[in-house]
Design a protein around this ligand. Structure first.
Ligand code: MBD
Ligand code: FE
Length: 281
């Protein structure tokens, strides 16, 4: 949805690009490995052109689309929706603990610290959504509680918007860094987010339309759980029976990551989910 004060593809796309560029990324890839990956990537693209007998007009439209994705700041969005799941799949091969999922384009480090029992930063009147009380324990692979673990939690509001990527929201709305208690436990009060619709007014939206896809992700919570001496886990949690859980445009759901909240006596939805962290790589 695009409203006067709501986000647009161009605005949230360039915000995601600006955030990404401020991070300064590096990788310790050897020149030999880089050369092999670059060659295979180019071979794959050329293979598609030959297979489909791509014409000059089609080639030029492709070139223009690539330019549009860059100018609209949509590379973080496009890549995280259509490619990141494979990178996560590779990482998951070496992990035994809690299942991971993709980070997506809307993580922001440095969210306000909150105690183990807390309410997420949100607007007045409880954010006009179903309250969700999310509790559990962070442990190592042997089940030992990890006190002082950090749970970075970020998610969309009931309209599907993320703070810092939609200009009408307070800076840290629905973003927090929760510190577990001495036993690794936490109880976080937040709200149930809505499904997320990829902006359809930009080049990523046009791409989705062109392949007859839909632009939806199921409602989800994003988490990054970390503790000194342990491997951090970036993951997402979804809601049982929710729309798009079985058809995520970003291919990022897993059976282990689906919550089944139940209404408590106080009318709030409650759910328990525990995290087990692998040892440091
Ligand atoms: C999201 O909220 C998201 O999590 C991903 C992966 C892509 C676009 C929007
Ligand atoms: Fe998301």
């Amino acid at each position: 949805m695009t409203t006067a004060e709501g986000p647009t593809a161009a605005k949230s796309g360039s915000a995601a690009t600006d955030k990404f560029k401020s991070e300064r990324v590096t990788a310790d890839t050897s020149p030999e490995r880089l050369a092999a990956i670059a060659k295979d990537a180019l071979d794959a693209l050329n293979e598609v052109i030959l297979k489909h007998e791509v014409s000059y007009p089609e080639y030029r439209v492709f070139k223009q689309w690539l330019i549009d994705v860059g100018e609209g700041g949509e590379w973080p969005l496009f890549l995280d929706v259509f490619v990141e799941h494979s990178v996560e799949e590779v990482l998951a091969r070496s992990r035994k603990g809690t299942k991971g999922s993709i980070e997506g384009p809307y993580y922001v480090p440095g969210a306000p610290e909150l105690p183990a029992r807390c309410t997420m930063p949100m607007r007045e009147e409880d954010e006009k959504a179903t309250p969700l009380v999310f509790s559990g324990q962070v442990t190592d692979l042997d089940g030992n509680g990890l006190g002082g673990a950090e749970i970075e939690l970020w998610h969309a509001d009931e309209q599907g918007y993320y703070s810092q990527f939609a200009p009408h929201l307070p800076e840290w709305n629905l973003r927090g860094t929760i510190i577990t208690d001495a036993e690794g436990r936490y109880e976080i009060t937040t709200i149930q987010p809505a499904p997320y619709k990829i902006p359809t007014d930009g080049p990523t939206g046009r791409f989705i339309e062109a392949q007859n896809g839909h632009p939806w992700r199921p409602a989800h919570l994003h988490l990054l759980v970390s503790h000194p001496g342990k491997a951090s886990i970036t993951t997402q949690l979804y809601f049982k029976g929710g729309e798009w859980v079985d058809d995520d445009v970003a291919s990022a759901t897993k059976p282990d990551l689906i919550l089944d909240p139940h209404k408590g006596e106080d009318g709030r939805n409650r759910v328990v989910y525990n995290f087990a962290l692998d040892p440091e790589d």
